[in-house]
Write a protein that binds this ligand. Structure first.
Ligand code: C2O
Ligand code: CU
Length: 480
């Protein structure tokens, strides 16, 4: 019985009392098994409430937490199990939880006013769904700016068969605005719509335009972190020489596309958004908000190595957000990275492996929808699909079982990770990788995706930059 097995089996004994304890013991929640077994299912209780965190960089500041912490409890289940999550709302505003990437029944999808009424203050809601297919997912609030305030966590659906890793690390990337103690000034401090925008234009915008203090503008993030811990404060990822290590990397940030690499090692990407791909070896992963990659590495280069991350298209230097530390290595200085050229994963490198979990399009397209993404001109914080802002965007209607092709073109200066709820799609590149979130590059970038609409309901579809979503870059895809 490995450690995880043990936690699964002992879950019943330890799970139920956790909620109260975690409110004060934020750190412990990261490791505590919050799920209890019951028959064929796993049960979790998640309290949503204001909390305070110390990321280990910058000041202590206010967030919203699941069970008093960020991230929320890791939800880890086996494929085919029923997951039941009882959400208790202790905020003074409504909330929901969305199971990002999991094709749940529509009424469990957690989008306020699209799939359910928000969970009111002082009330509770039970989400329940069958966990499938296996993969790396995240869960997060879909109400207002709550994702950016800390309401997210990892959701791992393990395959029925053990896949033979010695270690596994689940790493959720985050962006934080910690100044003003996380208070209103942090939320309002967004003055930079785009890193492409020079100082002059920024000056113009600050000169009293209607965007001054506009809450739809993303904050200027001052701290990047993984799993609620930044930089040197974070415990190292410990490995032994020869270990086969799996990283489950997910971008839980609200507005930062990250470039990530592990010094001293290549990464063998095995899954994109939870779906299996032909293993491909790269140095750097570009991960948009809402995207996930599983990558393997063999611990064959003893030392102490930084896991480096930086926002794409920015002058900010890469920061070490974690350290990979080999057993028995005494040195405290990260070993140097060497000077070779780095290879960054592109969608063109991804080749889908056979995947029973997702029906395939096989060249049959019944309906093509063109989606032009624009906005952000002259510092405006209005973001549109085909010139309109949600809720006035046109909804897309697809009959149950039809195949649809969504063609994105990006007329703006920022990349947009577009996410469709309730379905996986095939990205129209030669290897047809399946994903649920696709990064549409800035400056006339074009991407098409195709899907079999097999999950009936009204599904939210939006840019996973939270500030773009809230400023209008969203629509509804109706299946059925
Ligand atoms: Cu993670 Cu509607 O999104
Ligand atoms: Cu966007």
């Amino acid at each position: 019985m490995d450690r995880r097995e043990f936690l699964l089996k002992s879950g019943l004994a330890t799970g139920v009392g956790i909620v109260g304890a975690c409110r004060t013991e934020a750190r412990r929640a990261e490791r505590a098994p919050a799920g209890a077994t019951s028959g064929q299912g796993r049960e979790y209780r998640v309290a949503v409430a204001p909390a305070e965190v110390d990321l280990g960089a910058g000041p202590r500041f206010k967030i919203l937490g699941y069970n008093g912490a960020v991230p929320g409890p890791e939800i880890r289940v086996r494929e085919g199990e029923t997951v039941r999550v009882m959400v208790e709302n202790q905020l003074d505003e409504g909330t929901t939880i969305h199971w990002h990437g999991v094709p749940v029944p529509n009424r469990m999808d957690g989008v306020p006013d699209v799939t359910q009424a928000p969970i009111a203050p002082a009330s509770a809601f039970a989400y329940e769904f069958v966990a499938r297919p296996a993969g790396t997912y995240l869960y997060h609030s879909h109400a207002g700016y709550q994702l950016d305030q800390g309401l997210h966590g990892a959701l791992v659906i393990e395959p029925r068969q053990f896949t033979g890793h010695d270690r596994e690390f689940v790493l959720a990337l985050e962006d934080w605005a910690t100044f003003d103690g996380g208070g209103p000034a942090a939320a309002r401090a967004g003055r930079v719509a785009s890193s492409m925008m020079g100082g002059m234009m920024r000056g113009m915008m600050q000169g009293g335009g209607d965007d001054d203090g506009n809450p739809l503008r993303q904050p200027r993030y001052d701290v990047y972190a993984i799993n609620g811990q930044a930089g040197s404060a974070a415990p190292p990822l410990k490995v032994r020489q020869g270990d086969k290590v799996r990283l489950r990397l997910l971008n839980a940030s609200s507005a930062t596309v990250f470039l990530v690499r592990l010094a001293g090692h290549t990464l063998t990407v095995t899954h994109a958004d939870g779906r299996p791909v032909k293993p491909v070896i790269v140095d750097v992963l570009q991960i948009g908000m809402g995207e996930r990659y599983d990558a393997e590495l063999i611990a064959n280069n003893p030392g102490i190595w930084p896991l480096l991350a930086k926002p794409v298209d920015s002058d900010r230097r890469a920061e070490p957000l974690r350290t990979l530390r080999y057993d028995g290595i005494a040195s405290r200085t990260p070993s140097s990275a060497g000077g070779k050229e780095l290879r960054t994963l592109r969608y063109d490198d991804l080749v889908a492996l056979p995947d029973d979990a997702v029906p395939s399009v096989r060249g049959r397209v019944d309906r093509t929808v063109r989606l032009m993404l624009s906005g952000g001109m002259m510092g405006s914080s209005l973001w549109t699909i085909n010139g309109r802002r949600y809720p006035n965007t046109e909804s897309v209607q697809i009959a149950h079982g039809e195949c649809a092709r969504l063609e994105y073109s990006n007329m703006s200066m920022m990349p947009h990770p577009m996410h469709l709820h309730g379905h996986f799609f095939e990205v129209d590149v030669p290897g047809r990788p399946r994903k649920d979130t696709v990064l549409v590059p800035a400056h006339m970038g074009r991407v098409a995706v195709e899907l079999v609409a097999d999950n009936p309901g009204a599904w939210f579809h939006h840019c996973h930059n939270l500030y773009h979503q809230m400023a209008g870059m969203a629509s509804v895809v109706r299946v059925g």
